[in-house]
Design a protein around this ligand. Structure first.
Ligand code: SF4
Length: 209
């Protein structure tokens, strides 16, 4: 397996339950719900993406021809004394994460989290699974650690997800031209449905990657 990575960098997790935690972010190239090309956005299954995930040309990006090579690459960004913590994102990281990569990371005592759209089944051994469902896509991952809904999405009712097997339910205002309205709607929803936690993309407020 060759892994295609758009970018890798050390940062502070800006959203969701691990907000504020230092992490190596490893962004895989490619997604199964959008090509990443603007000309395809209007026909994509997922149309609100705010992430650049095409190619391997970002900082810390590249092709890695073995799980060990990608593991070493990730470790090279970590400068803490605690166990390294990596967040796999994308694109859709589960297009590429396999048992062998999980095994190689475990061997180096790396704690790993993923942010996935929930349409592909993850391999065993991932420490934190955060699923972000998309209205038009079939949700296959119905258990994990955090379920994070980008809100609002036409036709997607957060209450339909509360029966799923997750520890944390987060609601995050959709970015874009309607952000202020989306933020207000998200605040109202969280206030009236306290089982949902507000997730803000604090890295955008802070202007860090
Ligand atoms: S599923 Fe995620 S990465 Fe893929 S297009 Fe949607 S928001 Fe972007």
């Amino acid at each position: 397996m060759t892994y295609s990575v758009k970018e890798t960098y050390l940062t502070i997790q800006g959203e969701g339950a691990y907000t504020g935690r230092v992490a190596v972010f490893c962004r895989f190239a490619g997604c199964n719900l959008w090509s990443g090309l603007e000309e395809d956005r209007s026909t994509a299954v997922c149309q609100f993406c705010d992430t650049e995930f095409v190619g391997i040309d970002g900082s810390g990006g590249g092709k890695f021809d073995s799980p060990e090579n990608l593991t070493n690459h990730i470790l090279s960004f970590w400068n803490g004394t605690d166990a390294p913590f990596v967040v796999f994102t994308g694109g859709e990281p589960l297009l590429q994460i396999d048992d062998k990569l999980v095994e190689a990371l475990k061997k180096e005592h790396v704690e790993m989290a993923i942010e996935t759209n929930g349409t592909l089944i993850p391999p065993d051994g991932i420490d934190w699974i955060c699923v972000s469902p998309k209205q038009e896509a079939e949700l296959l991952v119905t258990k994990g650690d955090e379920l994070k809904i980008v809100y609002p999405q036409d036709g997607l009712d957060p209450s339909n997800f509360l029966d799923l097997d997750f520890d944390v339910f987060s609601l995050q205002p959709m970015d874009g031209p309607e952000y202020n309205n989306n933020l207000q709607e998200t605040l109202v929803y969280c206030r009236t449905h306290p089982e949902w936690r507000l997730s803000l993309q604090t890295h955008k407020y802070l202007q860090i990657p």
